[in-house]
Design a binder for this molecule. Structure first.
Ligand SMILES: [Zn+2]
Length: 477
């Protein structure tokens, strides 16, 4: 009898235990199901659409992750005050403004490009589960970029108070190491300064590197040169020109910079010293159709492999366009317009033996403790020109440093090559934008740069020194 009673109690206990287990299992299954649903049903396009109300749901559940430089230095993070108030902090203030973008008043730059990753938490499962149960927020993943603090700072400081843009890219990987656009702003104060920023006559919020369209000036001579060389089986040895300082075009004339008469020139000298008369004369005789083909191959009027908003560079020259426009186009003063980013991609392809790598801003995502979540691979875009053509352009660009307009880049620490440009943008010939496109090789991966300084003067005087500060900073240690 006693025994039976105890058996009954055991039975009851075991039944209660089973019930509790079922309830716990049920709750757990619901939570797991909920978490799976939460992660699986929200597609990137939904979360990345800044106008979608669901975004708020994510921001209510996840503390926005950090954005890091390639070496792990923090470029942006979210500070949570004791009362739960969040603020986005940018430790380098305005240095990274356009490339990081902002997150408080709409989203731009990497804050926009990486929005999904920053609002996704891959913290440990149990931790996430418990936070969800408590109604606490999880910490979003960190975005590790390809950006380099020293190079970004060098480019930012070198541009100083001028308006313009600098892009620094690794030709072999496509890694964007620095991207500066000026004037800039403090990304942490966009909301409070919105009316001032959005109405500024200087278009402060415009990312000039990506969206600014400028006449390319003499940097376009690289394209003209390639077109000429193609028409001459890549052999420039038969070329000769006598520069008197200007050539006449209809009723007007095209002059060399400061009216300099360059005298007798071979093709290398004409390019290295950036003789406008020689290249305008070359343009007069160029086959327009092959120049059009080349401009297509070099991605003018084309979509670019970029995840940032950008402007398309434009090139237009037709068979029936007059001699004057042909000559102007050959020296980068026709109707051609380019973005600094596009020019950085072109010179990167030259440095990389003709192959363009897709510009890469994001290296990987990590959870907030630093554990790898996803790595983004480098990607080959394709061949913009043959390796032979790129090799020959490299020699011409090298000559511009050894014995031409970019001689200030001659250094023992690295071997630089490039092309300067001075682009007139108004009928007032004294007004011009300064350009430099080029690259340097040394004991580190090659580095390509594009520098554009608005309303400055010659590329030699205003853009080359900026490239020099970047190369010097890179190869210094
Ligand atoms: Zn000349």
């Amino acid at each position: 009898m006693k025994k039976k009673k105890s058996r009954n109690r055991e039975k009851r206990n075991s039944r209660e235990y089973t019930n509790v287990l079922w309830i716990i299992t049920g709750v757990f299954a619901l939570m797991v199901g909920y978490l799976v649903w939460f992660q699986a049903t929200e597609s990137r396009s939904v979360i990345n659409n800044p106008y979608n109300a669901r975004l708020n749901t994510f921001e209510e559940r996840v503390v926005r992750g950090s954005i890091l430089a390639s070496d792990g230095q923090i470029l942006a993070y979210t500070k949570v005050a004791e009362d739960g108030t969040e603020s986005r902090i940018y430790p380098f203030d305005c240095t990274f403004s356009h490339v990081l973008g902002y997150a408080d008043y709409g989203k731009t730059g990497l804050e926009d490009m990486g929005n999904f990753q920053l609002l996704t938490s891959n913290a440990y499962f149990v931790e996430r589960f418990l936070n969800e149960l408590r109604g606490d927020k999880n910490i979003g993943d960190s975005l590790v970029t390809t950006l380099d603090v020293d190079l970004q700072t060098a480019a930012h400081d070198a541009l100083g108070t001028r308006k313009g843009a600098v892009v620094v890219m690794e030709p072999a990987t496509g890694n964007i190491r620095a991207l500066v656009s000026k004037p800039d702003y403090d990304p942490g104060k966009v909301e409070e300064n919105w009316s001032e920023l959005s109405s500024s006559r200087d278009s402060i919020l415009l990312n000039r590197a990506m969206q600014g369209l400028y006449p390319p000036g003499s940097t376009f001579k690289t394209v003209t040169l390639l077109s000429y060389l193609r028409e001459h089986q890549m052999d420039g040895s038969g070329y000769a020109f006598h520069c008197t300082g200007s050539v006449s075009v209809g009723n007007s004339s095209i002059s060399c910079y400061h009216g300099t008469a360059h005298g007798d020139l071979d093709l290398t000298e004409a390019f290295a010293r950036s003789c406008n008369s020689a290249f305008a004369d070359m343009g007069r005789n160029l086959d327009v159709e092959s120049l059009q083909t080349l401009s297509d191959q070099l991605l003018f009027d084309s979509d670019l492999p970029l995840s940032f908003p950008y402007s398309k560079s434009s090139f237009s020259l037709d068979e029936d366009d007059g001699e004057a426009l042909r000559m102007m186009t050959a020296i980068g003063q026709g109707d051609t317009l380019v973005t600094p980013m596009h020019m950085a991609m072109l010179v990167s392809a030259v440095a990389n033996d003709g192959v363009l790598m897709v510009p890469r801003f994001m290296d990987r995502t990590e959870n907030y403790t630093g554990q790898l979540v996803e790595r983004y691979s480098t990607e080959t875009y394709g061949e913009l020109m043959t390796a032979e053509e790129a090799g020959i352009l490299q020699e011409y660009m090298r000559a511009a440093v050894e014995n031409g307009t970019a001689s200030a880049l001659d250094s023992d620490a690295y071997m630089a090559a490039g092309k300067t440009g001075t682009a007139e943008y108004s009928s007032d010939k004294s007004k011009s934008h300064a350009w430099f496109i080029g690259y340097a090789a040394g004991d580190k991966p090659d580095l390509a740069v594009c520098v554009l300084v608005e309303e400055a003067g010659s590329g030699s005087e205003y853009a080359v020194p900026i490239a020099k500060r970047i190369f010097d900073a890179y190869y210094a240690d």
